[in-house]
Write a protein that binds this ligand. Structure first.
Ligand code: C2E
Ligand code: CA
Ligand code: CA
Ligand code: CA
Length: 274
């Protein structure tokens, strides 16, 4: 009836208001977070087959807000991504990540870029400038993007990736397998690395389909000369299955959680996961 129909609309409106208000609060807090020193990076080891050598660290952003406490990047990155705030955050992340490289013996750093950053005017020039200013070799920097970043303008994305790669940067396709046209993407774009989405690793021991997909991605990656990183390696069983399948690189809680900067530097000098 009309009455209940209205009721539903009202409830919907109110919850909309609330979620918009909440987003505004997050946005406001985030815009002050850099200046207030509320952000930091943590670093999760990426480990190579056989000897479990630490070849890289993925930089992951953390925000401790005075109002809300620790907030997940999965929550605040999408909000930052709706405005130019993402550029300010992203620049802070790159600069911090580059600084770490000076303290590590040889590992590279893998940095996440959101679609809006990647599509920024003169993205390549922007990244190159920061890397040069820091005195870092581009080959020690891996740029992680997801398939959404290259989806809506494939030609422009292909050009951007090509130029980054010519400058010497490494390119990783993150959350591989969850995108809309994964196979098209690896044919079309200059890549170094595929990161198998952790939902497939998680499903490996549970259903045949996930295990088959993981095997296929590993074979495909090898055939194309790409590095393949399995994300979300949480158990010894995952590691064994991935080793058997010929996967070259692993990342996940079973090997190491994301580490505070000083701990990451210590571990970087040890070079192997215990
Ligand atoms: P992602 O790029 O897929 O990063 C991997 C996420 O999986 C991280 O979550 C990491 O802590 C988590 N993880 C690692 N190993 C395991 C495991 O064994 N099991 C499980 N369950 N999770 C594992 P985190 O740090 O919360 O980041 C979430 C997402 O936020 C990232 O997903 C990325 O999309 C985004 N993000 C984080 N830092 C940045 C950043 O600096 N810039 C941008 N643009 N996005 C970022
Ligand atoms: Ca990532
Ligand atoms: Ca990922
Ligand atoms: Ca993800």
């Amino acid at each position: 009836s009309k009455k209940s129909g209205r009721g539903v609309v009202r409830v919907f409106d109110e919850s909309m208001d609330e979620s918009i208000r909440f987003r505004r609060q997050i946005e406001g807090g985030l815009s002050k977070a850099i200046a207030n020193g509320e952000l930091r990076l943590v670093f999760q080891p990426i480990v190579a087959r056989e000897k479990l050598e630490i070849v890289a660290f993925e930089a992951l952003l953390r925000w401790k807000s005075p109002e809300y406490g620790n907030i997940s990047p999965a929550m605040f990155i999408p909000i930052a991504e709706e405005s130019n705030l993402i550029h300010e955050l992203g620049d802070w992340v790159i600069d911090e990540a580059l600084e770490m490289l000076q303290q590590w013996p040889g590992q590279y750093v893998s940095v996440n870029f959101s679609p809006r950053q990647f599509r920024r005017q003169n993205f390549v020039g922007h990244v190159v400038e920061r890397v040069q200013r820091a005195g870092i070799e581009p080959h020690r920097v891996q740029i992680e993007i997801t398939e959404t970043a290259i989806f809506d303008n494939a030609e422009r994305a292909a050009d951007t990736l090509y130029r980054l790669r010519q400058m010497g940067f490494r390119i990783a396709l993150d959350d591989f397998g969850t995108g809309y046209s994964s196979l098209y993407n690896i044919r079309k774009f200059a890549l170094d690395c595929l990161k198998i989405d952790r939902s497939f690793i998680d499903g490996m021991g549970k259903e045949r389909e996930s295990a088959a997909i993981v095997h296929s991605i590993i074979h495909l990656g090898r055939a194309l000369g790409l590095e393949v990183v399995a994300e979300g390696v949480e158990t010894e069983a995952h590691l064994q299955a991935l080793r058997l399948a010929g996967c070259s690189h692993y990342q996940g809680y079973y090997l190491a959680r994301p580490l505070e900067a000083d701990v990451a530097t210590e571990v970087a000098h040890e070079r192997y996961m215990a």
